[in-house]
Design a protein around this ligand. Sequence first.
Ligand code: ZN
Length: 354
Amino acid sequence: MFTEDKTEYFDEEDELLKKVKKMAKMIRKAKKIVVYTGAGISTSAGIPDYRGPNGVWTCRNEGRKAPRVKKAWNLLEPTFAHMSIATLIERGIVKHLVSQNVDGLHVHSGVPLGKISELHGNTNKEYCQDCKKEYFRPFCVAESSTMNHLTGRICDECGGSLMDSIINFGEILNPEIISRALNEAQNSDLSLIFGTSLRVAPANKLPTIPVENGNGKMAICNLQKTPLDSYSKLLVRGKTDKVFKLLMKELQIPVLSFKETLELRAKERKVKKLNNKNENENENKKENEKEKVKKTKKVKKKLIKKKIPKNQTLNIYGNNKLEKPKKVKSKQKPIKISFYDRVFGQNVDDDDSD
Ligand SMILES: [Zn+2]
């Protein structure tokens, strides 16, 4: 039985580096890695966790004032840990990401939607009740939500009501997202867990799958003890940003900051826009050329017309009608030579016989 311990543990520098090196080795050896994240990865972004010494629930349970998010939702930025995970996914080293966080920072950091299962939803995502079309907003869609998740906006596609994607406590998780995460977990051989105390099902059931299947391993990076520590080959006690800084250095993979990524995205958009503009210009050029050729032909035709005597017109066939000259049938009967005459060079014969 796991007894909750709110203490946060920190590895000594040497110990931490040794563990990170071991984690890098596990990453290099693995064929399919799934990363699992929780609130601990977003605390340095200004979002309080739940079970930490100053977490929302810890404070509430102790009768203290619960901490709030330090910035407006739309001003929150992905941390170094978020950017590192996005880089590992971009490089194909990490195959999938399962997150319990709803802050949307993983998607913000550049993780493609097909590579992430957000078990509890995303504050930036709303979807149509009827046609299920998804919308990603630059603001927290749940701020305007009612208890039944309606955000008050409507679908561009079908006019249906839009709903936020947040799963509140006691609500059923999205079965599609769960089954995708389960499928990824079953096919993985390394579970890397960052910043979660693994107390909420089913998020805490997935990472153990490769271990239980006997073909994989698990590594946990969390400040507090978790009920799955005994499954884990490696327990790293350090803050996620610090651990990722050491890990990415060990893996020799550079990580762009969020600001740099934004600048790069802006540049890419600019280049794309310029390419589109050039393409359009080229299309226009082609059209203009066609038009020019057409006009030249018209002018040429007019000029030719002027040069022809008034009672005569000319066309490409040299006659006065725009049609192919007819073959003139000779009034004389064609001369046919018999096979016999062709062989022996004798008489010219009218007969068709050989
Ligand atoms: Zn719709």
